[in-house]
Design a binder for this molecule. Structure first.
Ligand SMILES: Nc1ncnc2c1ncn2[C@@H]1O[C@H](COP(=O)(O)OP(=O)(O)O)[C@@H](O)[C@H]1O
Ligand SMILES: [Mg+2]
Length: 219
């Protein structure tokens, strides 16, 4: 099982949006996906509640008490986290993840907050880059403003992969409200959004053959 955590101490950066869309993407791809919501605001669980049974099932886990009871046979665990996590909790969270995705809005204030957060993650908690993959995703980008360029430079300087840029799009609002992911909204208007997810999917490099490999290794 692969464990992806979406993390940023700043509220409104797109953690729940990214967590739900990722869960949706891999569920559509045929993986058995669980979405654990560590946030007492329960945005991800609300999204799951709005989700029609027509769509591939995603197992919801309420983790706001910080315990994650994972159903058996889950291939992928996506973890959505709250803003302003206490230091001790943050440390505990980090150790539960194979991959950490940090969404950042390209505003000067958000970039400053992200700089502090990433510094803590790498230096204070010593996230091992060997055991944990870390990347940054720019979210709600309208145009490539000066703030966007500043974000790009900042992430590059830290040598953290700046994997993709998601545009500001009403499609995400629709998806949130309807329990869909961006990949389930038909029509051309989501084409650009779907395209923007591809670098992240590629970087995550998750394939559902892991279990087969493990089985064949045992033989
Ligand atoms: N790329 C985007 N385009 C438009 N709206 C977005 C986008 N990403 C997030 N939002 C909206 O911004 C708000 C905050 O996003 P959310 O994912 O809840 O952030 P967080 O979980 O980090 O607090 C939500 O209303 C969400 O629908
Ligand atoms: Mg959230």
């Amino acid at each position: 099982m692969k464990r992806i955590m979406v993390l940023n101490s700043k509220g409104g950066s797109g953690k729940s949006t990214i967590a739900s869309n990722l869960a949706g993407y891999y569920a559509n791809w045929g993986m058995k996906v669980a979405l654990a919501d560590f946030d007492p605001q329960r945005s991800s669980l609300d999204w799951l509640r709005a989700r029609s049974q027509e769509y591939p099932r995603i197992y919801g886990i309420s983790a706001s008490n910080d315990t994650v009871a994972i159903p058996p046979d889950i291939d992928l665990l996506v973890m959505d986290t709250p803003a302003s996590v206490q230091k001790e909790k943050l440390e505990a969270y980090i150790h539960q993840a194979d991959v950490i995705i940090i969404p950042v809005l390209p505003s000067p204030m958000d970039i400053r907050a992200a700089a502090k957060f990433i510094h803590e993650l790498l230096l204070v908690y010593r996230v091992s880059r060997e055991n944990t993959k870390v990347c940054v995703v720019a979210n709600r980008v309208r145009i490539r403003t000066l703030a966007y360029r500043a974000l790009e430079r900042f992430v590059k300087a830290l040598k953290i992969p700046f994997v993709t840029t998601l545009r500001e799009s009403r499609n995400y609002l629709q998806a949130t409200e309807s329990g869909q992911c961006i990949f389930e909204i038909p029509g051309r208007r989501t084409e650009r959004d779907v395209e923007q997810w591809q670098p992240l999917i590629k970087w995550l490099h998750i394939d559902d053959s892991n279990e087969e490999t493990e089985t064949s290794n045992e033989n």
